[in-house]
Design a protein around this ligand. Structure first.
Ligand SMILES: Nc1ncnc2c1ncn2[C@@H]1O[C@H](COP(=O)(O)OP(=O)(O)OP(=O)(O)O)[C@@H](O)[C@H]1O
Ligand SMILES: [Mg+2]
Length: 259
């Protein structure tokens, strides 16, 4: 069971943006999508989310083409955190979170309240409840959007997760501590057998938290696999046109990438 793009090409304004990309987001672990600015990461993520039509190839969710799923079904099976989101109306934080509650049950029942308070506690946004979203700092807004995303695919803990979470640079505005918090929560969610795709620019975080790393370059998937295999000096230096070194850090017991 996975969320898959098979040989997907996407054009925007008659320009090829993604070409022949194949990627599978398996359940049970996080997949990182990395690559330089403009490589096509957000475009591929939106196609996986069913938000962009593909020019050729196919996107399927557990074997069913996403183009055939209803909006409601898509909302229950996968949540998306966009790279940039502007909120036009003066919604409160509660109202933003409520937008994420799509599980069919009405609001303000026991399950909705339990799920919301769990997610609010985990994302450490309790002190922001009652505030107007547009008055929050960039990092606070990002944590609320992340919480909304988790709430959308919330499932009771005694059920096996069958959902997918697509996060486009969810930590771009966060301080170090909150960055780790978000990635730990996302990974734990994946370990409960959901599938999580996260677009990241920080290759160290990608290596540390993700089971699989996909590298995109100029619209194509140029590497896909285990972090230790995919992250190598030659490929990264080529893709980023910058000298990059990958080393094993004995004390930290993990890969360190530096430019
Ligand atoms: N609607 C569009 N019309 C024309 N070009 C587009 C459109 N959307 C994206 N592009 C172009 O497609 C390329 C890939 O964009 P995309 O947003 O997928 O990149 P990205 O890998 O997410 O980059 P970043 O790391 O900067 O977020 C870019 O060159 C962008 O300018
Ligand atoms: Mg992007």
């Amino acid at each position: 069971m996975s969320l898959e793009a098979k040989a997907v090409s996407i054009e925007r304004d008659n320009r090829p943006i993604v070409e022949d990309a194949t990627i599978a987001i398996d359940r049970g672990g996080m997949t990182a999508l990395v690559g330089p600015n403009g490589a096509g990461k957000s475009t591929l993520l939106k196609a996986l989310a069913g938000e962009y039509a593909v020019t050729s190839g196919e996107v399927s969710l557990d074997g069913r083409p996403v183009s055939g799923l209803s909006a409601g079904e898509l909302a229950r099976r996968r949540s998306v955190m966009a790279q940039a989101s502007s909120i036009v109306f003066d919604f409160t934080v509660e109202e933003i979170l409520d937008l994420g509650w799509v599980q069919g049950q009405s609001r303000n029942n026991g399950q909705h309240r339990a799920a919301t308070s769990e997610v609010v506690r985990e994302c450490r946004i309790g002190h922001l409840m009652g505030r107007t979203f547009n008055t929050l700092s960039g990092g606070e807004q990002q944590r609320v959007q992340f919480a909304r995303c988790l709430l959308q695919v919330w499932q009771p803990h005694d059920e096996v997760d069958t959902r997918y979470v697509l996060l486009d640079e969810p930590t771009s505005s966060l301080d170090l501590a909150h960055e780790l918090m978000v990635l730990r929560l996302a990974r734990r969610y994946a370990q409960r057998s959901a599938g999580v795709l996260v677009v990241l620019h920080d290759l160290n975080l990608a290596a540390r938290f993700c089971r699989n790393i996909v590298i995109m370059f100029e619209g194509r998937v140029v590497a896909n696999g285990d972090p230790a295999e995919v992250l190598n000096d030659a490929l990264l230096s080529d893709v980023y046109a910058t000298e990059i070194r990958v080393e094993w850090h004995e004390a930290l017991e993990r890969i360190v990438v530096h430019a």
